[in-house]
Design a protein around this ligand. Structure first.
Ligand code: C5P
Length: 395
């Protein structure tokens, strides 16, 4: 139904009887391939065991505030990692702490540090729900990054009949999924990205390649996925979900296999212009009285030009790395290759481009427009590229 692969959903469980229902919610998200992380308040563990939650989420369950994972305190790392935070059931106690910035356990601390959407599903006794203080606290939260899911009326575990039952799990699930996909302007688009430097064999143990790290392609793939696109990553360097290829010929075959269904192709790979004419089947031996050997190179296919010549419906974006006369060379390259956009970067600078974590690029369009993206991390550059090519507004 939904593909939540690559999405991390953080579920916060507080100490109410409805806590047991969250076991099924975890399973609903897991069935759609989400990565589910759970934080329980110490009170929640009176209603449900840590072991149950660990088994269902297939992740450690966090409870204590001062556990340190990697280099960050837990409340920051969980807040950074999660694409969405769902607090269910949310007790009157936790709601009031959240509304007042109280951070006295891991759940309230993570919520305080969390900047994206928090889905809050309250559940409590009907008289607590009707308490003006609780309602004021909820009003305060609803003006912030909280989406409140109203509880339902009916028979309550405490014996009363009234409003306060946790809303249905389907409602929580739908609100979470809708919110996850609301900020996905590229949902439904298919995007192919190549990354890394191609590897051209000389013999079984030696090859010709280049210094491309694949980082720009990986940043584009990550950003495209975050924006909702279905990404096909073809890479010479191992990376999540990548189709691994080695040579330019292999890369071309793989690109052509997928081309027809794509909405855009980013040729971020550094493809070798030449390959060895006769790759040796056995390791080339050192010959004592020979000071030189000659490798004959033949031209590789120009993948970018080949796909542009096929005039696919996809937008085609080429990349060029120049060590001199950047814009002049880029300008003639976009015309020669026939792509829709060319992302040009200056490789004479050591602080950007090849292998570095940062880049500074110019985006040339086929209509002659040139836009500069100032030096920034490759992730930010990737976002800026998508923003400009699809005229997307995002933070
Ligand atoms: O011609 P040049 O190598 O500078 O062009 C770079 C662009 O062309 C990049 O997008 C690269 O992925 C692509 N390219 C290609 N096939 C080649 C050489 C480069 O697709 N053989």
């Amino acid at each position: 139904m939904y593909n939540l692969r690559g999405k991390t959903i953080l579920i916060g469980i507080t100490g109410g009887i409805a806590a047991y229902k969250i076991c099924e919610l975890i399973r609903m998200f897991k069935r759609q391939n989400a990565n589910v992380k759970v934080i329980a308040t110490p009170n929640a563990l009176n209603f449900i065991t840590k072991l149950t939650l660990q088994n269902l989420s297939q992740n450690d369950v966090a409870v204590e505030e001062f556990d340190v994972k990697d280099y960050k305190p837990e409340h920051i790392s969980l807040a950074d990692e999660a694409d969405i935070f769902v607090i269910a059931p949310a007790t009157a106690n936790t709601i009031s702490k959240l509304a007042n910035g109280i951070c006295d356990n891991l759940l309230t601390s993570v919520a305080c540090a969390y900047k994206k959407t928090i889905i809050l599903a309250p559940a409590m006794n009907c008289n607590m729900w009707g308490n003006k203080i609780i309602q004021e606290n909820l009003t305060k939260l609803s003006g912030l990054n909280y989406q409140i899911l109203q509880p339902e009326s009916g028979f309550l575990a405490c014996g009363y009949d009234g409003k306060g039952r946790l809303c249905s799990l389907d409602k929580i699930f739908d609100a979470t999924v809708n919110s996850l996909f609301a900020s996905q302007p590229l949902k439904g688009k298919k995007i192919l990205i190549t990354a890394g430097g191609t590897i051209e064999d000389i013999d079984p143990v030696r090859y010709i390649s280049n210094y491309s790290s694949g980082k720009m392609g990986f940043a584009l793939a990550k950003t495209a996925r975050e924006l909702g696109a279905e990404v096909t990553l073809i890479s010479t360097v191992a990376h999540d979900n990548a189709i691994i290829v080695k040579s330019a010929i292999e890369m071309q075959n793989e690109v052509l296999k997928h081309l027809e269904t794509q909405d855009a192709v980013f040729m971020a790979a550094a493809v070798a212009d030449f390959r060895v004419k006769n790759t040796a089947e056995q390791k080339i031996k050192k010959i004592d009285d020979t000071e030189e050997i000659t490798l004959t190179l033949v031209k590789n296919p120009d993948i970018l030009k080949t796909i542009c010549d096929l005039h696919p419906t996809a937008k085609i974006i080429g990349f060029c790395a120049e060590s001199e006369n950047l814009l002049e060379n880029a300008h003639s390259k976009i015309q020669r290759k026939g792509c829709d956009y060319l992302i040009a970067n200056d490789i004479s600078r050591k602080d950007i481009g090849f292998g570095a974590d940062e880049n500074e690029v110019h985006i040339l369009s086929a209509d002659g427009k040139i836009e500069k993206i100032e030096k920034a991390s490759k992730e930010i550059i990737a976002k800026e590229i998508f923003k400009r090519i699809w005229s997307i507004n995002m933070n």
